[in-house]
Design a protein around this ligand. Structure first.
Ligand SMILES: [Zn+2]
Length: 586
């Protein structure tokens, strides 16, 4: 069973793999000789290596295969052979069967008693694999998630035998009322999970055979489980009652709100329904509570980018545009801007679709096209309300663009967003919408392009050396910064970041997955930014109707750091991963 010829002490394996230094190796041996403590416990106590590396080295030391159990689909029949309770008690996970051999992930593959026990119980020969405790925990947790699906079915049985009772004035909910009736309990569970996992949205989507329940966490939408088709309508009905919508009306989209309290946290929820061919789809957005507004720095902006944006929004008039795809954090950036500008001496009005982040003291208006309140109409009436600062959720059409430019020309500071990928693409895009080039050139102060990347989880962060080609690509992209005299002379933050990279050998970070980050390796998000200042040169290019590429080249000459450069620097700083930057910025 064990490849005895390769036996080597774990400390030697770690040293051979360069996971510990020769000094650390000596220190371990010294302590072992002096105290008689086992080598394994010394390494664990000293925390020289991650749990994952330790487990891998253990396996190698004993000649046992290693598995991280990631991406493995465990056949249900194996869990019948080795039930959850047994798996949990003995810290094992069966994950494959070939003939009469059972592949078994074990915390301690030297535990022959457990191996014998499992062999007797299953009648199969055990092929042990070593794995980390958190991998076992994760798999068992996932299995528990599937078991909750059964709980939903049980609740369904219950609901069929009774009639659904829902209280009339369910405006605010507490833990207790959330758990009343079976359906209410399920909706409560859905909400509780959303709050606890810090999801931003919950989607409940009817399909042909079942409904999908999906959560968006850190910008990534993931399916959590399926809901039986028969339950879909009751769950939607419950949510609609909570959000004070018309239950019977299933043919038109509706909007509503309600609050939930989980523990001490109260969360505002915005609900919208959409009729689809298989029934009503519901999206619930979890809104940030008031006061949770960030500064530009908190969002990840720094150096010249930060300075240029701050100067632009402090001007009495003109326009600041924020660009990026949906989910790139434009709204948070604008809310941070409003928060910075928000004093009693100014009148700030916003037109949004929808109002996502409430800023106290600011007059926020939600557009309502059915009632005739569009971005364009709203802007027209706003101008009669004597505002200083106007935020328009999005410039979507020529009419809105023209009105926004007009407002910026007549002494207002206008903030808005635009759907373009790069900052330099915003100016040609506005021209396409029919804005006159001379008006555009004289009103836009800066254009921000941004993306959100997930941050590497600090609790399970590990380092690795990237392949040569990747390093070379990075050096090529970042060499632009070193060549820019403007950046090197004026951008302290970026120079500092570059220096920290030069002195180190290139190492990337990634999270190996732990209970703090739901085994994803990521926790929290950060913005990467590109801030284009409309200088005289850029304004001239706009007057000449120049393409985005030309505008970008000049902006870079004038010290603009690009999205990709900012992203790469964050990778080198170990804050995020290359995969994340590629996902959003390429
Ligand atoms: Zn983690």
């Amino acid at each position: 069973m064990f490849k005895t010829d390769t036996i080597k002490g774990i400390e030697e394996v770690l040293y051979d793999k360069k996971l510990i230094t020769s000094d650390q190796l000596s220190a371990i041996k010294f302590e072992h000789v002096n105290t008689g403590k086992s080598i394994e416990s010394i390494i664990k106590e000293r925390g020289y290596v991650s749990n994952e590396d330790y487990t891998k080295a253990m396996g190698e030391s004993y000649g046992i295969d290693y598995t991280d159990l990631i991406g493995l689909q465990i056949p249900p029949e194996l869990l019948e052979l080795v039930p959850m309770a047994v798996a949990k008690q003995y810290n094992v996970v069966p994950f494959a069967q070939e003939g009469n051999t059972l592949s078994l992930a074990m915390l301690d593959p030297m535990d022959l008693q457990t191996i014998e026990f499992i062999e007797r119980k299953t009648g199969l020969k055990v092929h042990p694999f070593i794995t980390a405790a958190k991998a076992i925990e994760r798999v068992l947790e996932e299995q528990k998630g599937k078991a909750i699906g059964e709980e939903i079915s049980a609740a369904l049985e219950e609901i069929n035998s009774t009639t659904l009772k829902i209280e009339e004035n369910a405006g605010e909910l507490t833990d207790a009322t959330l758990r009343d009736a079976p359906i209410a309990r399920i909706v409560g569970m859905i909400m509780e999970t959303a709050v606890k996992t810090a999801a931003s949205d919950v989607h409940i989507e009817p399909n042909e055979d079942a409904s999908r329940l999906r959560y968006r966490v850190d910008g990534i939408l993931e399916e959590k489980r399926r809901i039986p088709k028969e339950m879909h309508d009751s769950i939607i009905a419950r949510i609609k009652i909570l959000a004070k919508m018309k239950i019977d009306e299933k043919r038109i989209p509706q909007d509503g709100r309600f609050k939930v309290q989980v523990g001490n946290t109260q969360t505002d929820l915005r609900v919208s329904t959409l009729p689809t061919i298989y029934g009503e789809k519901v999206v619930i957005r979890l809104l940030k509570e008031e006061g949770q507004v960030f500064t530009f720095k908190d969002l990840g902006m720094r150096g010249l980018s930060l300075k240029r944006l701050e100067e632009a929004i402090l001007r009495p008039n003109g326009m600041t545009l924020v660009t990026g795809p949906t989910g790139s954090g434009k709204t948070v950036t604008l809310a941070s801007a409003l928060n910075k500008l928000n004093t009693v001496r100014v009148n700030i009005v916003t037109l949004e679709d929808p109002v996502e982040i409430r800023v106290p003291g600011v007059n926020q208006v939600q557009i309502n096209p059915q009632a005739g309140l569009t971005f364009a109409n709203g802007l027209r009436s706003f101008l009669r309300q004597d505002p200083n600062i106007i935020m328009v959720g999005e410039v979507r059409d020529g009419e809105t663009a023209e009105l926004a430019i007009h407002a910026a020309l007549t002494g207002h500071l206008v903030l808005s967003t635009l759907h373009t990928n790069s900052s330099s693409g915003a100016l040609p895009r506005m021209l396409d919408m029919g804005v006159e080039n001379f008006l555009l050139a004289s009103t836009v102060n800066v254009v921000v392009a941004q993306r959100l990347v997930r941050k590497v989880c600090e609790h399970c962060k590990t380092e690795y050396e990237p392949p040569k080609e990747v390093q070379e690509d990075m050096e090529r992209v970042l060499s632009g910064i070193a060549k820019s005299t403007v950046l090197m002379n004026k951008d302290v933050d970026i120079v500092k970041s570059l220096k920290s990279v030069e002195t180190n050998k290139i190492k990337f970070a990634k999270g190996s997955g732990c209970d703090k980050c739901n085994s994803t390796g990521y926790k929290g998000r950060l913005g990467i930014f590109e801030v284009l200042e409309v200088t005289d040169k850029v304004a001239h290019l706009t007057l000449d109707n120049s393409p985005a590429s030309k505008i970008e080249a000049v902006a870079v000459e004038e010290g603009m750091i690009t999205l990709l450069q900012d992203g790469y620097l964050r990778v080198l700083e170990g804050v995020t991963t290359l995969e994340e930057v590629m996902r959003v910025a390429k």
